[in-house]
Write a protein that binds this ligand. Structure first.
Ligand code: ZN
Length: 188
């Protein structure tokens, strides 16, 4: 197992649709083990294969609710259904999210309240996840990665301009930028 470098916004693999997994091989199993390790080290509540440079439709997620109950897993070749998002502006405190591929920042984004995700697990078994609230947000965020969409592609025009300024200042927004949890200090 290994902690993998996480690609940063601007790397082409983050901005193109990922391909379906044709067969669950030992390579895929190793990749998923590394994705869990990388997600936990970051730490993050989810990571998609394109974020570690692999253009395949796989993501892992891990989140504990207020009572500490764990919710954790991997989904391969997912399909997502969502409820219609409420109209209106997102709340900065309640609806801000972040991304390991735009590290250290958070922006508000309105998401659907409920999500239903289907796919397969590492053994090829059926996965069906029906959740709401923050878990539904995580699934929408990770599913977006498989379509080459970052959450900053969806934020308000004003926030997008702020994000572009941050990216310019840090040298992001071009191919080849990455950071490795436990190695790179992003606040430096
Ligand atoms: Zn992300």
């Amino acid at each position: 197992m290994a902690i993998l470098p996480i690609r940063i916004m601007g790397d082409p693999v983050l901005h193109a649709p990922a391909s379906p997994v044709e067969e669950i091989t030992d390579e895929i199993r190793d990749l998923v083990a590394d994705m869990f390790e990388t997600m936990d080290a970051a730490p993050g509540v989810g990571i998609a294969a394109p974020q570690v440079g692999v253009p395949l439709r796989i993501f892992t997620y891990s989140y504990a609710d207020d009572e500490g109950a764990p919710w954790r897993g991997v989904v391969i070749n997912p399909t997502l259904w969502i409820s219609p998002p409420e109209p209106g502006q997102p709340d900065e405190d309640e609806e801000s999210e972040g991304c390991l591929s735009f590290p250290g920042e958070r922006f508000a984004l309105r998401r659907a309240e409920r999500a239903l995700l289907t796919g397969t697990d590492l053994d090829g078994g059926a996965v069906r996840i029906e959740v709401d609230g923050w878990r539904a947000r995580i699934l929408q965020h990770e599913f977006d990665h498989l379509g080459g969409v970052l959450y900053i592609d969806r934020i308000s025009d004003g926030d997008w301009k702020t994000a572009q300024k941050i990216a310019r200042k840090r040298g992001w927004g071009r191919p080849g930028q990455a950071w490795t949890p436990g190695v790179d200090d992003l606040d430096a």
